[in-house]
Design a protein around this ligand. Structure first.
Ligand SMILES: Cc1cc2nc3c(=O)[nH]c(=O)nc-3n(C[C@H](O)[C@H](O)[C@H](O)COP(=O)(O)OP(=O)(O)OC[C@H]3O[C@@H](n4cnc5c(N)ncnc54)[C@H](O)[C@@H]3O)c2cc1C
Length: 233
């Protein structure tokens, strides 16, 4: 890529993954190629960022995006990836050299060819016991499971479903009654802003800083370490 040019990076999706990914990618690109003018744009179908978060975390995220020089386009639904950019639902064409598409998870397409009951996002409908609705002895957990009321797709829910799933599988094998899973009322989200800081969001509470990024790294490292066998040198 020749020096001195302009490159437009467009993120589609104003949820936590879309905001975090765009800020992190822009930081890295600017660090690696400071001779290029990297411009950031974020497109979101909703009228606000992080629609499921409280006002303070939403404001902190908007501030972090603006500090990263990212222009936010609200109420613009990305429709298709086309040569040189993205078209929106109203037919507008937004130019981009790099596109990051993060508009929320959907279920795997093969699920549609099964008898499993699916919700509108193609996730498997389950009871609060994690047993598939109308299909006793089949269970689903994590992002692929759709509970009523619906929960956001987040690892914090997925990991908490795991032990409960194991317990109910054991109960099903022994013919014992299944236990309902109770999701936590509020969960903590830690969103990296690419500049060595992160935003913590829990319900209406929000805070940002370098210590939040260090906290996020510690939590993630501790979680991953549980699955790594000890090193035998
Ligand atoms: C950029 C980004 C940032 C995120 N940050 C956070 C965060 O900070 N906190 C948080 O709580 N959540 C976060 N999430 C959401 C979180 O990653 C998911 O909710 C979580 O990973 C769901 O876990 P899961 O086990 O259900 O599915 P996954 O983690 O998607 O795991 C599914 C696994 O199944 C494998 N697989 C798929 N099909 C098959 C097949 N047919 N056969 C065998 N294997 C198969 C896949 O390869 C994958 O390894 C983030 C998501 C994104 C995209």
């Amino acid at each position: 890529m020749p020096s001195g040019g302009v490159q437009r990076v467009l993120g589609v999706g104003g949820g936590a993954a879309g905001c975090e990914t765009l800020m992190s990618v822009l930081t890295q690109l600017r660090k690696q190629r400071p001779d290029i003018d990297w411009q950031g744009h974020l497109l979101t179908a909703a009228n606000a960022l992080l629609p499921e978060a409280g006002r303070l975390p939403r404001w902190l995220t908007r501030r972090a995006l603006s500090q990263a020089g990212i222009t936010i386009h609200v109420e613009q639904r990305g429709e298709a990836l086309v040569e040189g950019g993205v078209t929106t639902q109203d037919g507008t064409r937004i130019e981009a050299d790099i596109v990051l598409w993060a508009t929320g998870a959907i279920g795997h397409s093969w699920l549609a060819s099964t008898e499993l009951p699916l919700d509108k996002h193609h996730f498997i409908q389950v009871e609060n016991t994690l047993e598939v609705t109308g299909q006793p002895t089949i269970f689903a957990a994590g992002d692929c499971a759709a509970l009523t009321p619906a929960l956001p797709n987040a690892g914090v829910y997925a990991v908490r479903m795991g032990p409960h799933l194991a317990d109910n599988l054991r109960r099903a094998c022994h013919g014992e009654p299944l236990l309902p899973w109770q999701p936590p009322e509020r969960v903590l989200a830690l969103i990296g802003t690419g500049d060595g800081r992160a935003i913590a969001s829990r319900g209406g509470f929000g805070v940002s800083g370098r210590w939040v990024w260090q906290w996020k790294k510690r939590i993630d490292a501790r979680f991953i370490a549980r699955f790594n066998p000890p090193f035998e040198g």
